[in-house]
Design a protein around this ligand. Sequence first.
Ligand code: SUO
Length: 446
Amino acid sequence: MAKHAVEANFDGLVGPTHNYAGLSWGNVASKSNVNAVSNPKEAALQGLAKMKALADRGYMQGVLPPHERPHVPTLRSLGFEGSDEQILQAAAKQSPAILAAVSSASTMWTANAATVSPSADTADRRVHFTPANLSAKFHRSIEHKVTGRALKAIFRDEQYFAHHSALPSVSHFGDEGAANHTRLCSHYGEPGVELFVYGQQAFNQQAPAPVKYPARQTLEASQAVARLHGLAERNLVFAQQNPAAIDAGVFHNDVIAVGNGNCLFYHEQAFLDEARVLADIRERLTGTELEAIKVSGQQVPLEDAVASYLFNSQLLNSPDGMLLVVPGECREIASVSQYLDQLVSSDGPITSVEVMDVKQSMRNGGGPACLRLRVVLNDEERHAINQGVVLTDELYQRLTSWVEAHYRDRLVQDDLADPKLLNEVRQALDELTGILHLGPIYDFQR
Ligand SMILES: NCCC[C@H](NC(=O)CCC(=O)O)C(=O)O
């Protein structure tokens, strides 16, 4: 008998150094907003408002903490010496690009924090976590260690939860986590089909690959994660992302497809071999039929999909069909807005649309789906997690006041060298680990 299970969303709380540094080649928004003035306070409040809206609708909502930035230990490992203040000054002078990279608040995009396999799918019937090495981008490659600590501080009980280390941090095993991983199923507590989408093969130079922008995820990385999690071959599908889509700015699969339950919502340009992907899923999916909602280029041109982040939406079960939680930009682009109107009146599985304003994050290429990590939990697992991170009205109020007290409402690149900013961040995060009952997860606390 399958156990009752829910899908919980763990959103990344936006960190106090949220800024626009143009760090992500291949991510159109990151490049086009380089050096814009950011508003970390607004960014964090937008994220919290999204979490609250979904918690109010009855969804289980969790919070993942931001990381310590600027990350001084990384600067030390690169040869900068002296006090923290001297290190920040030297980095700002000798290599502002490195300082920007170690200051990014990119851990907010928790769809890239890890790949998670629910216990119904794994050989040992535990929930498995592999933090993503994010080796394609220096600023993100420094995330996985503390991400692993945070996940262990939340999913503590080894009876229910298994934690792996990130894969080797080289391009051969480039892994971007849940952004390239979708699970389809009849009910959350039943075994599902885990769909891993990769950008290129590392050990086969002849295989198709993008030519303009980098493919961040390799097939070999996806296969390694599936092995680590103890997934059965009959529940697995590996699919190559369309290289042309990567070259058009689709740097993760979750910019062009999203799945939930038995529904896969995707653009016709998402996969290299769409027919095979659908056939493989259909063959493996049990207890239900796949509902494939394909959006054509005529309905929504690929550029509009990238600009609006239509597919970077949260697709959620609701009492009457599925709810699509889209970023505000979807209502600003005519083709997408029209498509959404038609979608909800089409009698298909998606019956409602809700718009969320996450503009501060969107300017760096992160929509509603990037901001959340999905974790399917059965009732026992749900009780076994650290309850300190579960968003209640009270926690929402506390976090909102915490943001109001500690965050700046304006940040530019020059501010990153300000030693006062580093102190503000550490003070804020020290308080946060108390609020969320996480214990000392940060380097400055150890
Ligand atoms: N899932 C969304 C991830 C967005 C993220 N953007 C960034 O890191 C941009 C940061 C900057 O440019 O300042 C990325 O590309 O990995």
